[in-house]
Design a protein around this ligand. Structure first.
Ligand code: NGO
Length: 540
C-alpha cells in the first residue's frame, strides 16, 4: 500500500493559535482530509478484494472502494429474473445496513448494478467491478449474477449478515474480480432418509450452500429406514415406509407439493435438485410397505437401526420393474433437473449377476423419462448407461482394483463426481472427540478435507471425465439443523472451493486465512460450526 499523503496544514487565520499537531507527519485536527486521503483511508478499511471463499479465478485490486449508503440503489434493468436476484441481494443487505436499497429498472452508472451482457463468462461466471461510483456485476446468465452477489456479500464486513442494524461502514474494495467455476458439478447431498428433515430445514441448508456457489442439491430420498417422497401409484411407500427413522422417531415424507417447493426454492438459489432413490439395496422401507416386492412375498418390519447391506429388491420379479417404472416416472415428472440418481451402493444382498441384470433394466427407464443416470460408483461394476455419472465415495484404502474399475468406466465415457469418504463425507467426525458423526472412513479434520486435487485424485481417470465434487451428509447421527451445520461447516466451504476455484489457487496456508474470515459470518448468520484448531479464527 502507498504511504499516506500528508495534508498541508492550512495555516490561515490566527497564526499560532489552535494548531494541534499531534506529531510530525500526522493529520492536523480539524482539517478536512483531501479526497485522496479519504479514499485511501476507506480503501484500508475495506476487506481485501480476494478474501472470498471459494477463491475467485482472478482478482485485480485497485482504485477506490465503493461505499453503500442510504442513497444506494440496486439497478437491475428490465429482466424479471435479474430483478429477483436484485431483490434477493436487497433482502440480505437491508436489515444490517438499515438502508432502503430500492431495486430499480432505471438506468445509471452508480449503485449496485446487475447486468446481463454477452461475454466469455460461461453459464455461471461473472465479473465484478468496484469503484467509487458503484459496483457492477456482469454475467451472461442470471446464475452468474447470483454467484457474483455471493462474492459481493463476502466483500462486505461479516456484520452485513446480521438481521439488525449495524454501524458499517459498508465498503467494497476497489478493483475487478473475474470468476467462473472449474467444474459444473458442485454438490451437496443431504440424507433425509435416516433422519427426516422438513422443507424449512432443507431450505435453510440451501441458503447456506448458495453462499459458497454450490449448484447441486442431491437428496437421498429413500433408504432402509425411510421412504421420503409421495408416490401416487404406490402410496404406502410414503405413508408406511416414511413413518419412522433411525432411532424410531416419527419420520415423515414430502408430499409432491413439498418436493416441488424444495425444487423451486433451490432453483431460486441456482441449485439443481438431484433426487435419489437408492436401489436395489437400501430398500427396506419399500419392501416393508409392499409385500409383493419381496422374493418371498413377505413384508419385513420397518427398520430403525443403522446397519447397511441387508435389503434387496427382488430382481427376478416383474412387479419390481413396474414399481421402478412408476417411481421413476413420477419422480422425473416432479424434477426439472437433468439427473436422477439410482443409488446402487452396498447391494450386499444382491448377487453380482442380479445386480448387473437389475442395472441393465433400470437405467433405460431413467432415460425413457428424459433423465441422465447417476449412481454411486458401484454402478461401474455393472455397465453404466451412455452418459451416466458415477459418484465415487471410496477412500485412500479402497483397493486398486476397485479404483481401476471406476477409472476404466471414466475412460469409457462415464462422468465422475468425486465424494471421497475420507475427505468430504461431512458425516465423518473431525476428531475422536466430535460428538456427532461416524468414523468408518477415518477422522477428517479441515485441512485433510481440503487438501487434495479433484483433477488428479483417482489414478487413470482422465481429467476431462471429472464433472466435479460433491459433499454428502449422511444422517445416522444427525437430527437437527444445528447438527447439519456443525458437521458441514467448515468442511463444506472447502468442498465448494475444490469444485469452484482454479487448481492454481489451491493452497492450504492462504485458504485457512480466507476460511477463518468466514467464522464471524457464520456467527452473524446463526450457523453453528466447528472451530477447528487448524484454522486461525479471529477471537470472539
Ligand atoms: C456409505 C453408505 C451409506 C452410509 C454412509 C455413512 C454410501 C454411498 N453408502 O456411503 O448408506 O449412510 O456410508 O457414512
Amino acid at each position: 500500500m502507498r504511504p499516506h499523503h500528508r495534508p498541508t496544514p492550512r495555516v490561515t487565520r490566527l497564526l499560532g493559535s489552535l494548531l494541534l499537531v499531534a506529531a510530525a507527519g500526522t493529520f492536523v485536527a480539524g482539517a478536512a482530509p483531501t479526497p485522496e486521503v479519504a479514499a485511501e483511508e476507506a480503501a484500508r478499511k475495506a476487506r481485501p478484494l480476494g478474501e472470498v471463499v471459494p477463491a475467485p479465478a482472478s482478482v485485480a485490486p485497485g482504485g477506490s472502494p465503493y461505499r453503500i449508503t442510504r442513497d444506494t440503489r440496486i439497478r437491475v434493468g428490465a429482466s424479471q429474473e435479474v430483478r429477483r436476484i436484485g431483490e434477493y441481494a436487497a433482502k440480505v443487505l437491508r436489515p444490517s445496513t438499515g438502508y432502503p436499497l430500492p431495486v430499480t429498472a432505471s438506468g445509471g452508472q452508480d449503485g449496485i448494478r446487475l447486468r446481463l451482457a454477452k461475454g466469455a463468462f460461461g453459464a455461471e461466471g461473472y465479473r465484478l467491478d468496484s469503484g467509487a461510483k458503484g459496483v457492477t456485476i456482469t454475467a451472461a446468465k442470471p446464475a452468474g449474477l447470483f454467484h457474483g452477489v455471493q462474492t459481493l456479500r463476502q466483500l462486505l464486513p461479516a456484520a452485513v449478515e446480521k438481521d439488525s442494524v449495524q454501524p458499517g461502514p459498508w465498503l467494497i474494495a476497489g478493483g475487478t474480480v473475474k470468476d467462473s467455476p472449474r467444474y459444473g458439478w458442485r454438490g451437496a447431498m443431504l440424507d433425509v432418509s435416516r433422519h427426516f428433515f422438513t422443507v424449512d430445514q432443507v431450505k435453510r441448508y440451501v441458503d447456506q450452500l448458495a453462499l459458497y456457489k454450490v449448484n447441486k442439491l442431491h437428496l437421498h430420498l429413500s433408504d432402509d429406514q425411510g421412504w421420503r417422497i409421495a408416490v401416487d401409484s404406490w402410496p404406502r411407500l410414503a405413508t408406511h415406509g416414511g413413518s419412522t427413522q433411525v432411532g424410531g422417531g416419527p419420520g415423515g415424507f414430502y408430499t409432491k407439493a413439498d418436493y416441488k417447493e424444495i425444487v423451486r426454492y433451490a432453483a431460486s438459489r441456482y441449485l439443481e435438485v438431484v433426487p435419489e432413490i437408492d436401489m436395489p439395496g437400501h430398500t427396506n422401507a419399500a419392501l416393508a410397505s409392499y409385500a409383493e416386492l419381496n422374493c418371498d412375498g413377505v413384508a419385513p418390519p420397518l427398520y430403525t437401526g443403522t446397519d447397511v447391506g441387508f435389503s434387496s429388491l427382488c430382481v427376478s420379479k416383474d412387479v419390481t420393474y413396474d414399481f421402478v417404472d412408476d417411481v421413476i416416472r413420477e419422480l422425473a415428472a416432479l424434477t426439472p433437473g437433468r439427473y436422477l440418481h439410482i443409488g446402487g451402493d452396498e447391494a450386499h444382498s444382491t448377487s453380482h449377476e442380479d445386480y448387473v441384470t437389475f442395472m441393465a433394466r433400470v437405467q433405460p427407464v431413467v432415460a425413457k423419462y428424459g433423465k441422465t443416470v447417476v449412481g454411486w460408483h458401484q454402478l461401474t461394476g455393472a455397465t453404466p448407461a451412455k452418459g451416466a455419472v458415477a459418484q465415487y465415495w471410496g477412500l485412500d484404502g479402497t483397493s486398486a482394483e476397485e479404483k481401476e474399475r471406476v477409472a476404466a468406466a471414466a475412460r469409457n465415457g462415464t462422468g465422475i463426481v468425486l465424494s471421497p469418504a475420507d475427505r468430504i463425507y461431512l458425516d465423518m467426525k473431525y476428531t475422536a472427540d466430535t460428538p456427532l458423526g461416524l468414523d468408518w472412513a477415518g477422522l477428517v479434520e479441515v485441512e485433510r478435507s481440503y487438501d487434495w486435487d479433484p483433477g488428479n485424485y483417482l489414478p487413470g481417470v482422465p481429467a476431462s471425465a471429472v464433472r466435479g465434487v460433491e459433499a454428502p451428509l449422511w444422517t445416522e447421527t444427525i437430527t437437527k439443523s444445528d447438527d447439519i451445520e456443525y458437521m458441514a461447516f467448515p468442511r463444506l466451504a472447502g468442498a465448494a472451493e475444490l469444485g469452484w476455484s482454479p487448481a492454481a489457487t489451491h493452497d492450504w496456508d492462504t485458504y485457512k486465512v480466507r476460511l477463518a474470515a468466514q467464522g464471524p459470518r457464520w456467527e452473524a448468520l446463526g450457523i453453528d460450526y466447528y472451530r477447528s484448531p487448524q484454522v486461525p479464527w479471529p477471537a470472539r
